[in-house]
Each structure stands twice: as structure tokens, then as C-alpha cells.
Write a protein that binds this ligand. Structure first.
Ligand SMILES: NC(=O)c1ccc[n+]([C@@H]2O[C@H](COP(=O)([O-])OP(=O)(O)OC[C@H]3O[C@@H](n4cnc5c(N)ncnc54)[C@H](OP(=O)(O)O)[C@@H]3O)[C@@H](O)[C@H]2O)c1
Length: 422
């Protein structure tokens, strides 16, 4: 093992506690031979046998008796270098590292497969929810049409608090940090990077094409205001950070963005730290995976499933199965021509003819209005807040319309703009 933190501690504890049970399942015992950490003196949640813990990663990577390396340190480097060394010295790898697999999975897996080895990464997406194995294996017969997911527990916890308690963004973040759901630096969660890594991995497998995180359009939750939740509720929606990938005639569209979800939709009911992923296959129809997307125990379940699978291959001498072979066929395309409905919140002058002017600009860009709500802001100030729901419109036409609206003298500010995930 490399790393004995939240996940590594859970994995090591389960391997010790259920040693006999796993030995029976695999046919040979699974033993933690060495476990590398940064600081050997740090208190741990698990007590490993004498001589197992080390602060020298070479003790893991250079030991010829080790068949499988479990990388649970996270981040791009040095985890990437450690995995390459493990593969070069003939060891299979299990990793929970979403960032590394999302960015470099294709090269790492090609290298491993070329040497008759495998890298498994069930724990990299959705903690204990089985997602990688279904996408790698069980759904292979399908042409996947879409993947739509709530895949970041921290932001979903915050959005749930904002929707249900009227909490502001900073209040919800502090609460998530106090409960240990959010890191001191929450940017990866609240700005959508974490969800983009996970979406890139799922989309690569689901669409059999290479989707790297830089190709995923990304918007975070930092600009959401309690008013957006109240208006969304009035209109029959909730706001969720949605990671989605859709097959279109031009290619695959991928994005992570806060979006309005109809209250009756299954994803609207996924609250707190829970994750859910909906995959639509042409043969299966829509299937939905739901559960705890993080935490030591759920993630341990995923890591050990991969370990058992690989250990079984080692014990039986069976060769690797090449499940990750993204082709170059289906391109990933931008959102320009994508059609969506939008929720738009504007701060405007409260005067006769303002709505007509705004409607005129939208109409000029082929953006048609489905619903409008107007609220006075502070009495006597002569300003109002206007909420507009549009009908389906092309993204670039909508963006052009917003640009023109910004230039109108009656529009003080475009305060919010969110797509609707139907
Ligand atoms: N936490 C979750 O719920 C969860 C869920 C799904 C996936 N994951 C993924 O699992 C991985 C691990 O996450 P975690 O939450 O377990 O992290 P963590 O609690 O911070 O633990 C990281 C471990 O790695 C060790 N480490 C860090 N750098 C090292 C180095 N250069 N050499 C040797 N050891 C090193 C640390 O050693 P010290 O203990 O000595 O500091 C620590 O034991 C990440 O890729 C994460 O994205 C986590």
C-alpha cells in the first residue's frame, strides 16, 4: 500500500479484519506486506503488524514479493510516478485517484496492458457505488446516450442546506467544513474540478472515446444565492451541481454546472452527501446508481473489490482484460450549438416598458420566454428583480442575447444564469 489515510486506513483495517473471508474468496491470502506513508510517527486508525509501515516508498515498489500496489495518496504527483514504477516492476495497481486517472488514465492503462498488467480504479468515482465496473463491463453492449450525475458529495450537501434551510453559500460551506465534508481549501469541490475528473472518467468509459477534464465545460456553485433556490422552488425546480455527458449528432457534450432540475426528477431527490448517476443506454434504457459517494468504509468496499479481482488474476495466472480502450471516433464538442432552457435573474430598473425592452432583445436573438416573475427589490429604490425562464434555445444565441442585455440602460446586472437539466 502507498498511503494509510482515510481510505488506506479503512482498506488496511478491512484486510486485517476479514483476512480469512477474503482468502476464501480469492483462493490465496491477501496480505499487506508493506505500507508507505509520509510520517511514520503519526497516529493511525489502524494498527499494522510490526515492520509493515515504512516512510520509504521504495520498500513497496522494489519488493519483488509484492504483486499488487494500492495507491491511496491522491493527486497527480508523486502518485503518477509511483504507479509508473509499480507497473514497470511488474505489479498490478489499484487506485482511488480520480485526478490521475482522468488526466493520464489512457497512457497509464496502455502501459500496464502492454505489460500484461492492469490498473483498477473503481474507488476513483462515487466511493462505494459500483460505477466503473458497470461502465467497463456490464453496459458494454449499449451505445450510451447520456450520463447525468450528482457526483460531488460536498457540493450536494451544501446545495441541500441552501435549498432546505435557506442558508447562504458561506454558511453552507462552513457547515460542510465543520462536519469534515469539505477541505480547508474547498475549490476542487465547489468549483467543479472534482466532478469534472469523475465525469471525464465515466464519459471515457461510457462513450468509448477519450474525454480529458480540460474538455469538460465547468462552472461551480460559488455564485449561487439563496434567492435562486427560492425562485427555483416557486418554478417547480431544485438546483443541483450536475455533471452530464450527452451524445449528439455532432459529438459528445460534457459539462459540470449548477442547473435547475425538475422537482419530480429522480436526481432532484438526491440530497446531502449522496451521489447518483443516471446512465441511458440504447438497450438498457435509463439505469440509476445511487449511494454514498465517499467515506472510508464505502471507498474501502470499492478498493477491495478491485483487489480481489486482481488477486484472483494473479492466483490463477489469467491475463489482463482490456476494458479501457477509448477510440478516437466520437469527438468531444463545445456547447455552442447545444440546446437548453435557461433560468435568468436580472437586476433591472423598475419602470414602464422595461420588460418589453428585455423581451425585445431576447426575441431578436430567437430566445423565447416561457415564464417571467418580477419582484420589487428595496421599496422606493426604483429597481426590480426579474426572473425569466426561456424555452429551448441554442447556447450561442442565448450568450449573444445576454451580451446585448448587458448593454441595455435598464439592466443593472445579470445576476444569475443557469441551464435547466430536463
Ligand atoms: N476520503 C474519501 O472519502 C475518498 C473517497 C473516494 C476516493 N478518495 C481518493 O482516495 C485517495 C486518498 O484519499 P484520502 O482521503 O485517504 O487521503 P488522506 O486521508 O489525506 O491520506 C493520504 C495518505 O497518503 C500518504 N501520503 C501522502 N503523500 C505521500 C507520499 N509522497 N509518500 C507516501 N505516502 C504519502 C499520507 O501519509 P501520512 O498519513 O503520513 O500523512 C496518508 O497516509 C485520493 O485519491 C482521494 O481522491 C477518497
Amino acid at each position: 500500500m502507498i498511503g494509510v489515510g482515510t481510505v488506506g486506513g479503512g482498506v488496511a483495517a478491512a484486510l486485517l479484519r476479514r483476512h480469512d473471508y477474503f482468502a476464501k474468496q480469492v483462493g490465496v491470502p491477501l496480505t499487506v506486506r508493506r505500507a508507505a506513508v509520509r510520517d511514520i510517527k503519526k497516529p493511525r486508525s489502524v494498527t499494522l503488524p510490526e515492520g509493515v509501515l515504512t516512510d520509504n516508498v521504495d520498500d513497496v515498489l522494489d519488493d519483488p514479493e509484492i504483486d499488487i500496489v494500492v495507491e491511496v495518496i491522491g493527486g497527480e504527483e508523486p502518485a503518477g510516478a509511483f504507479i509508473k514504477r509499480a507497473i514497470a516492476s511488474g505489479k498490478h495497481v489499484v487506485t482511488a485517484n480520480k485526478e490521475l486517472i482522468a488526466k493520464h488514465g489512457t497512457e497509464l492503462l496502455a502501459d500496464a496492458h502492454g505489460r500484461g498488467l492492469d490498473i483498477m480504479f473503481e474507488a476513483s468515482v462515487g466511493g462505494g457505488i459500483p460505477l466503473i465496473a458497470p461502465l467497463r463491463r456490464d453496459l458494454l453492449a449499449n451505445e450510451v446516450q447520456s450520463i447525468v450525475a450528482i457526483i460531488n458529495g460536498t457540493s450536494n450537501y451544501m446545495l441541500t442546506r441552501m435549498a432546505q434551510e435557506g442558508a447562504g453559500y458561506h454558511e453552507a460551506l462552513k457547515e460542510a467544513q465543520d462536519l469534515g465534508y469539505a477541505e480547508a481549501d474547498p475549490s476542487s469541490d465547489v468549483e467543479g474540478y472534482d466532478a469534472a475528473y469523475k465525469l471525464a472518467i465515466m464519459a471515457t468509459l461510457g462513450f468509448q472515446t477519450r474525454v480529458t477534464p480540460d474538455l469538460v465545460y465547468r462552472a461551480g456553485i460559488t455564485t449561487l444565492d439563496p434567492r435562486d433556490f427560492a425562485y427555483a422552488d416557486e418554478l417547480g425546480y431544485v438546483i443541483k451541481l450536475i455533471a452530464s455527458a450527452h451524445r449528439t449528432p455532432d459529438g459528445i457534450i460534457t459539462r459540470v454546472t449548477p442547473a435547475l432540475v425538475p422537482q419530480a426528477a429522480p436526481l432532484a431527490k438526491v440530497d446531502g452527501v449522496y451521489n447518483a448517476v443516471q446512465v441511458e443506454g440504447d438497450l438498457t434504457g435509463t439505469v440509476m446508481f445511487h449511494g454514498a459517494g465517499a467515506g472510508a468504509d464505502p471507498t474501502t468496499s470499492a478498493v477491495i473489490a478491485d483487489l480481489i479481482d486482481l488477486a484472483h488474476s494473479v492466483a490463477t495466472g489469467s491475463r489482463e482484460r482490456k476494458y479501457w480502450q477509448p477510440g478516437q471516433g466520437v469527438p468531444v464538442v463545445g456547447l455552442d450549438n447545444h440546446e437548453d432552457r435557461y433560468y435568468l435573474r436580472l437586476h433591472v430598473r423598475d419602470a414602464p416598458g422595461v420588460l418589453a425592452k428585455i423581451a425585445h432583445v431576447l426575441g431578436d436573438h430567437d430566445v423565447s420566454i416561457a415564464a417571467v416573475m418580477q419582484r420589487e427589490t428595496t421599496a422606493g429604490e426604483g429597481t426590480a428583480e426579474l426572473v425569466i425562464m426561456t424555452h429551448t434555445t441554442r447556447r450561442n444565441a442565448y450568450d449573444d442575447a445576454l451580451q446585448t442585455l448587458r448593454e441595455l440602460d435598464v439592466v443593472f446586472e445579470i445576476q444569475q444564469s443557469l441551464p435547466v437539466e430536463e
